[in-house]
Design a protein around this ligand. Structure first.
Ligand SMILES: Cc1cc2nc3c(=O)[nH]c(=O)nc-3n(C[C@H](O)[C@H](O)[C@H](O)COP(=O)(O)OP(=O)(O)OC[C@H]3O[C@@H](n4cnc5c(N)ncnc54)[C@H](O)[C@@H]3O)c2cc1C
Length: 280
């Protein structure tokens, strides 16, 4: 039998984690699938389950001087419906799973699962999002790109909870997101590309490009972004091959049940090219 713990508030949850090892469960939409053992057989858990999805302290979405704070247990539906969230991020989340799953799934669950196919991650990497990690005594703030170490592995300690995600309060002028899957809805990502740019008087002021599902973690090239920043958009066509070359080595996909490495590589480069054509 699995022991389930349902703390009254965040402090109680952190106190429990300071005393014993638990498996944290939020919406359970990743965990229950990963631990499934077959039809009519209860999933297997070797540690007590710590339920956190009901904790109101972890559901708030608000803005302060640091940026937009999204509570760890904000469900995807609440993020889509919140007016402070940048529109491209909402557009990305609207393409995840299906309405019933989005009513259960939390943003922190998507981050902590640390999958290169996690669909919130291309945005969080692109905007240098941070996560707040708390244990009973202290709080630390870590970049999402440092928090995720490798597929399924994060730097979170066993006595910590992820409590907040912090993103800048900023909309980009040009936004481009393509998620390619087996079908339009309820589909896990084969390749995704997020590109955002600010252009003024024909000059690129800021540009961010991230790719999901095409390497062990989200792909972003500071070198390529630096190369493009300051260029006139009319110059981009002439240097497109140079830009694609900077991404080529970083895109290291695998063959798996969803797609092939060759499809993922070719499609990624085509999507980058398509975005560059759209802004030039
Ligand atoms: C039908 C279906 C469709 C899906 N479609 C998509 C999709 O299109 N795109 C996509 O990216 N994902 C998809 N998913 C995966 C999943 O829904 C998301 O990753 C979701 O955001 C996970 O959130 P959760 O709250 O359910 O996480 P859980 O399953 O509760 O937890 C996931 C992991 O995070 C840990 N965790 C959760 N919250 C915290 C916290 N606050 N602090 C510390 N650790 C924590 C848990 O211990 C666990 O290891 C799909 C899943 C299903 C079942």
């Amino acid at each position: 039998m699995v022991n389930g713990l349902r703390p009254k508030n965040l402090d109680e949850a952190l106190e429990i984690l300071s005393k014993q090892q638990c498996t944290v469960i939020a919406g359970g939409t990743d965990l229950m699938v990963q631990r499934a053992r077959g039809f009519a057989i209860a999933p297997a858990f070797d540690k007590p389950l710590l339920f956190i999805e009901h904790l109101s302290e972890l559901k708030k979405i608000y803005i302060d001087d640091e940026g937009i704070h999204i509570g760890a247990c904000a469900i995807l539906t609440d993020i889509i419906q919140n007016e402070t969230i940048p529109s491209i991020f909402k557009e990305m989340i609207e393409q995840m799973a299906s309405p019933p799953t989005r009513n259960m799934a939390t943003i922190a669950g998507n981050i902590c699962n640390a999958s290169p196919a996690g669909d919130t991650l291309p945005y969080l990497y692109a905007v240098n999002a941070k996560v707040k990690l708390k244990n009973i005594n202290s709080t630390r703030i870590v970049n999402v790109s440092d928090f995720i170490i490798s597929p399924k592995k994060t730097c979170m300690r066993s006595d910590e909870l992820l409590t907040d995600i912090i993103i800048p309060d900023k909309e980009f002028e040009h936004n481009y997101y393509r998620k390619l899957g087996q079908r339009k809805g309820m589909s896990l990502t084969k390749v995704s590309l997020l590109a955002m740019a600010d252009v003024s008087d024909g000059k690129i002021l800021d540009i961010r490009i991230t790719l999901g599902s095409v390497a062990a973690s989200i792909v972003r090239s500071p070198e390529a972004e630096k190369y493009m920043t300051g260029k006139d958009t009319s110059e981009i066509k002439a240097v497109t091959e140079t830009i694609l070359g900077k991404y080529n080595n970083l895109i290291r996909p695998i063959d798996d049940a969803r797609s092939t490495a060759i499809y993922r590589k070719k499609t990624s480069l085509r999507l980058i090219k398509d975005f560059l054509e759209k802004i030039s």
